[in-house]
Design a protein around this ligand. Structure first.
Ligand code: COA
Length: 260
């Protein structure tokens, strides 16, 4: 499929999506969000793809935010729609994929960029990365889940400070906060993400999908996470992946999971 604003590289079992608007620091305009939705849907349905990496093109930015030029003259109604549609099409969508998504944060991850990284299942940063939610400096608040996911990841006090000061933190501080799992030199970023993706791909894709669902449930007040875990755990027993995983262990061989 041809996209205008993103590149998709297939390197089975790992796919890499690169947001490709370097002149606009990869800012997320409406079309980019739609294209990302399409690309993620397609990869989720591709049985050969067992992990997805998302990054930004160029050496400067992962994503410098939602495209400010696009919403500068929006009404109240349009603002609400922008947040609701974006959350549904991209941010909730990514968080709830059963294929693991790793954010390779290769520079500025601001506003919608940090929100996108936070919607991914975990994050790895290059040492030049800078992260922040600067929305209040523009007279608006984070609208793509930032007020919810940032406190989940780093705690309420730190999230409040980052959101209220509109300041940026560097990669080392993000590591200290638990916002990213690793910090590496930029030239090693994709390599490390590929290694992590490859390690993930040795495991049962079906079980990983259920694990994502159960972990996400712990952050959803409207459902019982423990009950979700019990259900998902039980369902695993009916899968071919479980039969293969347990047989391989007993037969002292490497599992070859049939997958989803
Ligand atoms: N939306 C739209 N365009 C953006 C953008 C965004 N969020 N972030 C950067 N750009 C554009 C700039 O307008 C500029 O375009 P131009 O060359 O056509 O004028 C280009 O990307 C390069 O950005 P520039 O500001 O010149 O780079 P810089 O190195 O001086 O500064 C940043 C980098 C990230 C500090 C600065 O671009 C910035 O503050 N961006 C906005 C961040 C933000 O508030 N995001 C939250 C949005 S809700």
């Amino acid at each position: 499929m041809k996209y205008q604003n993103i590149l998709v590289r297939m390197d089975d079992p790992i796919a890499t999506i690169t947001i490709n608007r370097p002149n606009k620091l990869n800012a997320l305009n409406r079309n980019t969000i739609k294209e990302l939705h399409k690309a993620f849907s397609k990869l989720e349905n591709d049985r050969k793809i067992l992990a997805i990496i998302i990054t930004g093109s160029g050496e400067k930015a992962f994503v410098a935010g939602a495209d400010i030029a696009e919403f500068a003259d929006f009404s109240v109604k349009e603002g609400k729609k922008l947040a609701a549609q974006g959350q549904e099409l991209l941010f909730h969508f990514v968080e709830n994929l059963s294929t693991p998504v790793i954010a390779a944060v290769n520079g500025f991850a601001l506003g919608g960029g940090l929100e996108l990284a936070m919607a991914c299942h975990f994050r790895v940063a290059s040492d030049n990365a800078k992260m922040g939610l600067p929305e209040v400096s523009l007279g608006v608040i984070p609208g793509y889940g930032g007020t919810q996911r940032l406190p989940q990841l780093i705690g309420k006090g730190r999230a409040m400070e980052m959101i209220m000061t509109a300041g940026m933190i560097g990669a080392e501080k993000a590591l200290d906060y638990g916002l990213v799992n690793y910090v590496v030199p930029q030239e090693e970023l994709l390599n490390l993400c590929q290694k992590l993706g490859s390690k993930i791909s040795n495991n049962s894709p079906v079980a990983i999908g259920y694990a994502i669902k159960a972990v996400n449930a712990s952050f959803n007040n409207s459902i019982n996470g423990f009950a979700t875990e019990i259900n998902a755990f039980g369902k695993c027993f009916g899968t071919d992946d479980f039969k293969e995983g347990t047989s391989a262990f007993i037969e002292k061989r490497k599992a070859d999971f049939p997958g989803r």
